[in-house]
Write a protein that binds this ligand. Structure first.
Ligand SMILES: CCCC(=O)SCCNC(=O)CCNC(=O)[C@H](O)C(C)(C)COP(=O)(O)OP(=O)(O)OC[C@H]1O[C@@H](n2cnc3c(N)ncnc32)[C@H](O)[C@@H]1OP(=O)(O)O
Length: 300
């Protein structure tokens, strides 16, 4: 009986948290017609977004369009959304590494696509679509890392800000080049950048389109670590090792930690506290908690 009640409570809470996470920023009231937008984006094909879910609970998401420095075509935008949905449904997941093929991160939107959709309506639609996707990415109950190798420019720089952490390889650069293209961030990267580095530094990076290498990114709090390896495979191994210190342990607990932080980051204090209570309820008396009570580890 107690177990049945516990399971029921868990299911209701998880459903509520999942619903909150999936809530779209934009809907019909904003003129957002997702299926129509996807149809339009599908007209601009090329590249892919690949996902590998490993047994250790870490998924590797690869932006794969190396001929264009992994610039986002329309189909890649749609595929990114599909991969995010897949990750939302991955119950055993704990961590996510996003990187680019060919030892470079991503040079933003494919400028060939930008040219084709340079009218206001298509631009707004693409902007809302990518904001929705990157907001869902940011809210995944997975600890996410952008592995910045080579260049993260424009929308690529914005994508890095939707991850919890940024790790940079030697010689890599994050650069909000938007101003040089007569633009400002449109994938939510401006709002997230201010929260990461503060309004003064964010304004410098946006209005100056400044190059940010590993050293400066560390000083600004834009990156957590400068990795030693410039080699593609070695850097990925280093990123995996760094992330695993946070993803080690039961999925329920790691995911709960991320959910607490997401709530605190996004909600007013009282709502964040109530959400924290709900999430606490999912681990209190749960298997990992009971096992630890038996083991009684010393935290030396
Ligand atoms: C709201 C989102 C806003 C945006 O994201 S707007 C897009 C912002 N991004 C850009 O403007 C990037 C423009 N590209 C560059 O600055 C340089 O290509 C970059 C990334 C520094 C790389 O320079 P290099 O290493 O010298 O390589 P490269 O220039 O020869 O590039 C190799 C091939 O890739 C292409 N490429 C790079 N970024 C692209 C993009 N975003 N869209 C379309 N094509 C792009 C580039 O044209 C070149 O192709 P090709 O060999 O000339 O046919």
């Amino acid at each position: 009986m107690a177990l049945a009640l516990w399971k029921n409570f868990l299911q209701i809470t998880m459903k509520r948290i999942l619903q909150q996470r999936r809530l779209s920023l934009y809907n019909g009231a904003h003129g957002y017609e997702e299926e129509l937008i996807k149809k339009k984006l599908q007209q601009f094909s090329g590249g892919s977004v690949n996902l590998v879910k490993e047994d250790n609970g870490i998924a590797i998401l690869t932006l794969n369009n190396p001929k264009l420095m992994n610039a986002f075509t329309g189909t890649m935008m749609v595929e990114l959304q599909e991969r995010v949905t897949e990750l939302e449904n991955w119950k055993d997941g704990k961590g996510l590494i996003i990187h680019g093929a060919g030892n470079t991160f991503c040079s933003g939107s494919d400028l060939n696509v930008v040219k084709e959709i340079s009218n206001s309506q298509d631009g707004m639609n693409m902007c809302m679509f990518m904001q929705n996707t990157l907001t869902r990415l940011m809210r995944l109950p997975l600890i996410s890392v952008a592995l910045v190798q080579g260049k993260a420019f424009g929308g690529g720089a914005e994508l890095t800000t939707a991850c919890d952490f940024r790790l940079m390889t030697p010689g890599s650069e994050i650069r909000f080049v938007h101003k040089r293209m007569g633009l400002v961030p449109g994938w939510g990267g401006g709002a997230r950048l201010v929260r990461l580095v503060g309004s003064g530094a964010a304004l410098q990076l946006l209005a100056g389109a400044e190059r940010v290498g590993p050293e400066r990114a560390l000083a600004l709090g834009l990156a957590e670590l400068a990795l030693p390896s410039a080699d593609e495979a070695a850097a990925l191994a280093e990123a995996r090792a760094w992330l695993s210190q946070y993803t080690d342990g039961p999925a329920a607990v790691v995911r709960a930690a991320k959910k607490v932080v997401t709530a605190a980051r996004e909600l007013p204090l009282e709502d964040a506290l109530r959400t924290e209570k709900d999430i606490f309820g999912t681990v209190w008396g749960g298997p990992a908690n009971l096992e630890a009570l038996v083991r009684r580890p010393k935290h030396k």
